[in-house]
Ligand binder design. Structure first.
Ligand SMILES: *[C@@H]1O[C@H](CO)[C@@H](O)[C@H](O)[C@H]1NC(C)=O
Ligand SMILES: *[C@@H]1O[C@H](CO)[C@@H](O)[C@H](O)[C@H]1NC(C)=O
Ligand SMILES: *[C@@H]1O[C@H](CO)[C@@H](O)[C@H](O)[C@H]1NC(C)=O
Ligand SMILES: [Zn+2]
Length: 975
């Protein structure tokens, strides 16, 4: 799955604030997390109170159906499933689906109990008043069913028998059921959109991690692989899709209804979480890549407008790339990809039928930016990578999710780079994943990549694993591994791993074993086994900061903590030391790589002998660690940046800045050091260093944009950004041409964003002129797609109600989700409070009046987008208090609507409170926690704690740094 939170457009800037991946950097310290994590694994027996008031503990919940994991007595072989979603409401106003399923399973241990997952399904009672029927495959008499019931908490259908199943014998369990085709984005659900004034319903699925059991009773664990024979019944004229090819489509009449029945080829042996069933009246385009049929499905209008073409064009090459990379042919005959109006994640790698948000698949050159295009290429690559890694070979249990997602998040850059070699997208992993997760993994509240199998039991615990650590740290450490082994060795091990475990399941150490074998076969020198090296990165949280002293040649490592006062209460068997692969150069001469094994080491080559010699380590940021130097080396690097920054590689320029800002937060270097480093930016033209600096300065803006320091900060940044703005004016022939390089196109957005937000008049005039001309002629938008986010935002910020209303109108009329997203974010940039308050009302209030009916009325903000809209408003310094008031005032409603979803809800709480840095705000936050303790905070519970701790840390940081920053800025802006 590709998570949506990881792809928030960089270009969506709010005037006066800098947004970006680094915004995550403001998440600080959560010492309570580990103890919470420990306690939540303890199952508490429910207690009841007797009439005498004495609490009585009910008998221990230790029957098999009280456990969240399936017993190991039976294993499924195959399923025969028929599903019939109704795309119109029934007589009581419900969208439903009906279905039946027969699962053939093998008994491998004697048992008189069948447990099979089933959630929110109404099972039909058959002749003998049981919820299921059992037959033996060989026609013999199976034990009789004595009792059946649904165990709601653990989501089972429980089937008790009057005798034992025989080991080695196959049985068939049949169920008939009805479920709701709700708009809840999970299991079998519905998505709604308007086309030519007609409301259309799509029935679609999202099973990962534990919602296949909401579509039909099944053994819903990734290791319970089976073959699936799927049949869909659907309205005539609609298309039925599933993982396999359709093999038979006939028109039939069932219950006097004229319908179409589509049967699909049996799937390969696969996990339930990768199933997909979709009924729609979509259109598609098709191409062949060798023997593989590639199809892109979308709304008819989107296909007719050619919005699927880009995805179709890159899919073939990316598939080809992965076949070569894995040295394994694509395991299926077809690769369908489909864009859905309502979809919670970014995309989902269902085997052979990948589902996407519209913004993650549909591309329109007249509307989409280069960033939108990059996102499409990388998400497609991410999902296609899973077709082998994850789908063909699957991790046995969710505790190893990080390997699945980390791997796909790493190789997505390789796949996208193959499809678009001119972009240089491989470097961008440093900003997109390494920096992003450094911010989270530097907290005492972080957690190791790998969890113990027994610690991950309940569906919520599984959902929590889909976080930045699994995706971005997973990607970062696998990239490091591939680098120190060399990519050639890495892919040898990968390929033998995929071959050995095809159609079955693994644990992460199976991959280490194959990589170890590849290392041995190729004679690769390592300081220890792959297993021993990697365990330190996988089993302990966090990462090291490597300190290099160029006077003595000493190298040391220590656990990097963003807050030096935080207490690490999570024990580590490795005492927070790592096997660190050190790469370095002295001026332009590359030094010999070495490993730092102990806390401290001496490498005389690192000594510098003359005043113009500097040392730079962690080249290309291939290693997952930060580097700190001695003062003299910093001075020389600083000098090099000022004199000729090009001699320091561009990725490392970005890294020096990011390291310096974070080392300062950790009090390992003075706050003035990173500020000094930003001085050379007036000569910098490259995207990565700028992006890195702006991401980090975002924190300064958040802390100071309501104080007197704001003016000084603006003056300084304006001075730094003006040359960049003028540079782009030149190379674009006065804003009429698009810069050639991909990253230059990105940095053009930074130049405009910062120039406008710091008040450079030429910028404000420019965006106002463009936007005004669009307002005068709505049929002809003169703003280049790359620049739309920033121009819309800047123009709405500089404008008033007329500009805002135009944006809102265009938002409602937009026919492509990418354009809608840009406008939705830009509308939050308004600088007049009443406009922002009205926006808050527009987005949520209409449906609050009768919210049961709201669901997905297409003229409003979609449910999937509601919380991010509030966060956009809170990102605006003017909107922040409004969003906070709004959230508090409407908490019960917001909680009921969004409290269940994992990602978005904690983003909401963290987003609305991230600027908090005063005692008064801390009090408000604590009051909020108290006021709604009875309602609860759902999946945002941890976020409330994080917000409180972050606010406390912010208060401390401001107290310690305000005067220092003020003094430094004053001297930096005085001539
Ligand atoms: C699935 O379909 C295949 C081919 O049509 C058939 O051989 C197999 O028996 C079916 N499996 C089940 C469980 O019905
Ligand atoms: C399932 O049964 C419950 C209780 O009878 C009912 O409220 C619900 O509407 C049913 N769901 C469907 C989809 O029929
Ligand atoms: C089924 O009916 C639909 C609409 O009535 C028609 O377009 C389609 O060709 C028919 N399909 C088959 C396989 O007969
Ligand atoms: Zn994924």
């Amino acid at each position: 799955m590709a998570a949506k939170g990881f792809f928030i457009s960089k270009a969506v800037g709010v005037v006066g604030i800098i947004l970006g991946a680094g915004a995550v950097a403001t998440i600080i310290v959560l010492s309570v997390a580990y103890s919470q994590e420990k306690s939540k694994n303890v199952e508490v027996n429910p207690t009841t109170t007797t009439t005498t008031g004495v609490p009585v503990t009910t008998p221990a919940l230790n029957e098999p159906w009280h456990q969240y994991r399936l017993p190991d007595s039976i294993l499924p072989d195959s399923y025969e499933v028929t599903l019939w979603p109704r795309l119109t409401e029934n007589s009581v106003g419900l969208y439903i689906f009906t279905g039946d399923s027969e699962v053939t399973f093998r008994c491998v241990k004697e048992t008189d109990l069948i447990l099979i997952h089933s959630n929110k399904l109404n099972l039909t009672v058959n002749g003998n008043s049981k919820l299921a029927t059992l037959t033996a495959e060989d026609g013999s008499m199976p034990p009789a069913i004595t009792d059946t019931w649904l165990e709601v908490r653990t989501q089972y259908l429980v089937v008790k028998l009057n005798g034992n199943l025989k080991v080695g014998q196959r049985y068939v369990l049949r169920t008939d059921f009805t479920g709701e085709l709700a708009d809840d984005l999970g299991g079998f659900y519905r998505s709604v959109y308007m086309e030519d004034g007609v409301e259309k319903v799509v029935a679609t699925t999202q099973m990962q991690p534990t919602d296949a059991r909401k579509a039909f009773p099944c053994f819903d664990e990734p290791a319970m692989k089976a073959i699936f024979n799927i049949t869909l019944i659907h309205p005539r004229g609609t298309v039925g899709l599933s993982n396999g090819m359709d093999i038979e489509t006939v028109n039939v009449t069932i219950d006097k209804m004229e319908v179409t029945r589509t049967k699909f080829a049996p799937t390969p042996k696969m996990s339930t979480y990768l199933l997909a069933f979709i009924v729609s009246d979509y259109d598609y385009i098709q191409a062949m890549e060798g023997d593989v049929s590639i199809r892109i499905f979308a709304r008819r209008k989107a296909i007719a407008a050619g919005q699927g073409e880009y995805a179709l064009n890159v899919t073939g090459p990316i598939l080809k790339f992965f076949e070569t990379y894995y040295n394994a042919t694509y395991p299926l005959k077809k690769s369908d990809q489909i864009a859905l109006p309502d979809f919670n994640a970014g995309a989902m790698e269902n085997w052979g039928l990948i589902t996407y948000r519209e913004t993650a698949l549909l591309y329109d050159p007249d509307v989409s930016s280069n960033g939108n295009k990059e996102r499409i290429a990388t998400i497609i690559a991410h999902e296609l990578a899973h077709m082998w890694f994850g789908n063909l070979v699957t991790l046995k249990w969710w505790n190893d999710l990080w390997l699945n997602e980390g791997f796909a998040s790493y190789v997505e850059y390789l796949g996208a780079d193959y499809a678009e070699p001119a972009w240089g997208v491989k470097d961008l992993i440093v900003l997109g994943d390494v920096h992003r997760v450094f911010a989270v993994d530097a907290l005492a509240s972080s957690h190791p990549l790998s969890s113990k199998e027994e610690e991950i039991q309940r569906p919520e615990q599984i959902s929590e694993l889909f976080d930045a650590i699994s995706y971005s740290k997973g990607a970062s450490v696998l990239r490091m591994l591939s680098n120190f082994l060399s990519e050639d060795v890495f892919v040898i091990g990968l390929s033998t791993y995929l071959n050995q475990f095809a159609f079955s399941n693994t644990v992460y150490t199976d991959l280490w074993n194959h990589l170890q074998a590849a290392a041995e076969k190729t004679g690769t020198k390592l300081p220890a086994t792959v297993h021993d090296i990697m365990n330190r990165w996988v089993l302990q949280m966090g990462f090291p900061v490597v300190s290099i002293d160029t006077a003595t040649g000493t190298v040391t490592q220590q656990h990097f903590l963003l807050d030096p006062d935080s207490v690490v209460d999570r024990p580590s068997e490795f005492n927070y030391t790592w096997y660190v692969p050190i790469t370095w150069q002295k001026n332009s001469v590359k030094g010999a790589d070495f490993w730092l094994l102990e806390k401290s080491d001496l490498n005389n080559d690192l000594k510098t002998t003359s005043a113009d010699q500097w040392v730079l380590a962690n080249l290309n940021v291939a290693g997952y660690y930060r580097v700190k130097y001695d003062d003299a080396n910093y001075a020389r690097l600083q000098n090099q940046l000022t004199m000729a920054h090009e001699l320091i590689p561009v990725i490392n320029r970005a890294q020096l800045i990011d390291d310096a800002f974070n080392l300062a937060r950790a009090k390992l270097v003075p706050t003035t050091l990173p500020l000094e480093m930003t001085k050379y930016l007036n000569n910098e033209r490259e995207y990565m260093p700028w992006e890195s600096a702006l991401d980090n300065l975002d924190f300064f803006y958040l802390m100071f944009d309501r104080t007197e320091i704001y003016g000084l900060l603006q003056t300084y940044i304006m001075k730094q950004v003006e040359p960049l703005f003028n540079h782009y004016k030149d190379i674009t022939a006065d804003w009429t041409k698009v810069p050639e390089r991909h990253t230059d196109q990105y940095n053009q957005v930074n130049a405009l964003r910062m120039a406008c937000s710091t008040g450079i008049e030429a910028c404000t005039d420019l965006v106002t002129k463009w936007y005004g001309s669009w307002m005068n002629n709505t049929q002809n938008n003169p703003i280049h797609p790359n620049l739309r986010s920033v121009v819309y935002c800047s123009a709405i910020a500089a404008g008033g109600v007329k500009e805002w209303d135009h944006g809102w109108k265009m938002f409602k009329e937009a026919t492509i989700a990418i354009e809608q997203d840009k406008l939705r974010a830009a509308l939050a940039c308004a600088s007049q409070p009443w406009l922002l308050n009205r926006y808050l009302e527009y987005t949520l209030k209409p449906d609050m009046i009768q919210y049961l009916e709201y669901t997905l009325k297409p003229d409003m903000i979609r449910k999937q987008d509601a919380t991010s809209t509030i966060v956009y408003i809170a990102n605006n310094v003017v909107g922040q208090p409004l969003a906070w008031d709004f959230m508090r005032a409407n908490w019960v409603y917001i909680f009921n609507e969004y409290g269940g979803g994992s990602f978005s809800f904690s983003n909401l709480i963290n987003g609305v409170t991230k600027r908090f840095s005063t005692e008064f705000e801390l009090k408000q936050l604590q009051q909020f926690k108290q006021d709604y303790a009875d309602v609860g905070f759902g999946s945002g519970t941890l976020a409330v704690e994080q917000s409180i701790e972050r606010t406390q840390a912010n208060i401390k940081w401001v107290a310690e740094n305000k005067v220092i920053v003020e003094t430094w800025l004053k001297s930096a802006i005085s001539p």
